[in-house]
Design a binder for this molecule. Structure first.
Ligand code: ZN
Length: 138
């Protein structure tokens, strides 16, 4: 896996996604996602966990839906951040559904936490997290 250092835009996106979660987290939303598009626009979303596991929505879905609704179609960088009861933030890797969903919007960089704090992060191309992606054309 080819991990790369975050650039200043990536670090800003991580902090903005963390601040978004800090402002908006609730009993039903403990994860935020932030994304930067190929055109440089940023979008954010929260997970929605209504307490019924089968109908929850991931934060990445929420951010991507907001992006898509604005007319943007290509993601450059994607990050998800969780908040726990101790007030600590961690970067989460996208779940399998989100990896597949995000793939429809390019091969973005995904930010991964590689150390104990969100400041210890790297980025990797999404397709490196999906070694054998499903393709309806094959
Ligand atoms: Zn997910």
């Amino acid at each position: 896996m080819k991990l790369a250092d975050l650039d200043e835009n990536d670090k800003a996106l991580v902090e903005e996604a963390r601040l978004f979660l800090e402002k908006r987290h609730s009993k039903n939303s403990g994860v935020s996602a932030g994304l930067r598009t190929a055109t440089g626009k940023e979008f954010f979303g929260l997970n929605i966990d209504p307490g019924t596991a089968t109908v929850g929505v991931c934060a990445e879905y929420s951010a991507i839906a907001t992006m898509h609704s604005s007319g943007e179609r290509r993601i450059r960088t994607l990050v998800a951040i969780a908040h726990n009861d101790k007030g600590r933030y961690t970067i989460l890797p996208p779940c399998g559904k989100c990896r597949d969903f995000a793939r429809a919007f390019g091969n973005p960089f995904v930010v991964l936490q590689v150390g104990r704090s969100i400041g210890e992060s790297k980025k990797v191309r999404l397709l490196e997290l999906i070694p054998f992606p499903w393709d309806k054309r094959s």
